[in-house]
Design a protein around this ligand. Structure first.
Ligand code: ATP
Length: 301
């Protein structure tokens, strides 16, 4: 009997790995067209993470051969530090996250985690150390408990509740008549943008990855929800190497480093104060967002 079940077990494992990978990717990227196939090198070892240092060295990449998107991007993130990536729409911010996840292979340069080239290690080991909190979380037509527990196969109810507490969604779930068994998704309860983001945070807490990618939602949540989520994200990014793709500069003032990307190049890099003093692109973006915020604060007649 065991002989009969072992292959089935394997199949289940393969299926779960693929499904996990696909959902992470689908959650983060629009899977409109199928990307070029990425394969592991024969005999590739698993990625060995010590501190989680991330480095891009002169990275070049284009989705199509005739259109370069990243034109030699270099940066380093020390283990446990946070890099915020900002810049105009289309600058290549999300592309950086996709490349770190090795959704595509680069055409020049090198991306490393703790000194290991991403192309030299297995994709499954790479993806197991990176957690993504996407702009828009994909929910399954299943219970909210299932949707949270999805962060790690085989999580217990206690672990799911602990992650939900960490993501400040436990109270909300408890208020539902069916609690963790409540159905969500297309055919169930519709969650708000903030609640969905908390589900993604809880999943990530269960996965407990040393490297985090936070893709800030473009559409603003109400300011109370936003500051609560912001506080949770700050908590979970402590001691983890974090890349934040930011649209609102107010959320990244405290980042260890801010990188301004413009047309696939690093235009500026530094802390918030350094970049303000520099009076360049970042300072301009900051001034613009400040005046927009003031305009919004003044009630129109
Ligand atoms: P935003 O702030 O609007 O999210 P971004 O800085 O994150 O923008 P990217 O999503 O990295 O920008 O896109 C960079 C460029 O690459 C854009 O011009 C975009 O049109 C192009 N691009 C993104 N995904 C693909 C794809 N799958 N195939 C072809 N081109 C793409």
């Amino acid at each position: 009997l065991a002989q009969l079940f072992r292959p089935l077990d394997m199949l289940g494992m393969v299926y779960r790995t693929i499904r996990q990978g696909l959902t992470d990717m689908a959650a983060m990227f629009d899977l409109i067209d199928t990307p070029a196939e990425i394969t592991d090198k024969p005999g590739a070892p698993a990625l060995a993470v010590s501190g989680g240092a991330v480095a891009f060295e002169d990275v070049r990449f284009g989705y199509d051969p005739d259109r370069q998107i990243l034109n030699g991007v270099s940066f380093k993130i020390e283990p446990g530090h946070t890099l915020a990536v900002v810049g105009p729409s289309g600058a290549g911010k999300s592309t950086i996250a996709r490349l770190l996840y090795r959704f595509y292979d680069i055409t020049g340069g090198r991306i490393t985690i703790d000194g290991q080239d991403l192309r030299d290690v297995t994709q499954s080991s790479l993806r197991s150390v990176i957690g993504i909190v996407p702009q828009d979380t994909v929910l399954f037509n299943d219970s909210i408990g299932y949707n949270i527990g999805y962060g790690r196969e085989g999580s217990s109810q206690i672990e799911i509740e602990e992650a939900a507490r960490g993501a400040s969604i436990h109270g909300f779930v408890e208020s539902l008549p069916e609690q963790y068994a409540a159905k969500v998704g297309e055919r169930g309860l519709k969650l708000s943008g903030g609640e969905k983001q908390r589900v993604a945070i809880a999943r990530t807490l269960l996965k407990n990855p040393p490297i985090l990618i936070l893709d800030e939602a473009t559409s603003a949540l109400d300011s109370r929800t936003e500051s609560e989520i912001q506080a949770t994200l700050e908590r979970i990014s402590e001691r983890r190497t974090t890349i934040i793709i930011a649209h609102r500069l107010s959320t990244i003032v405290d980042a260890d480093q801010i990188m301004v990307l413009d047309a696939g190049r690093v235009a500026e890099q530094g802390t918030h104060n350094e970049l303000l003093r520099k009076g360049g692109l970042y300072a301009e973006m900051w001034a613009r967002q400040q005046s927009e915020a003031e305009e919004e604060a003044v009630p129109s007649a």
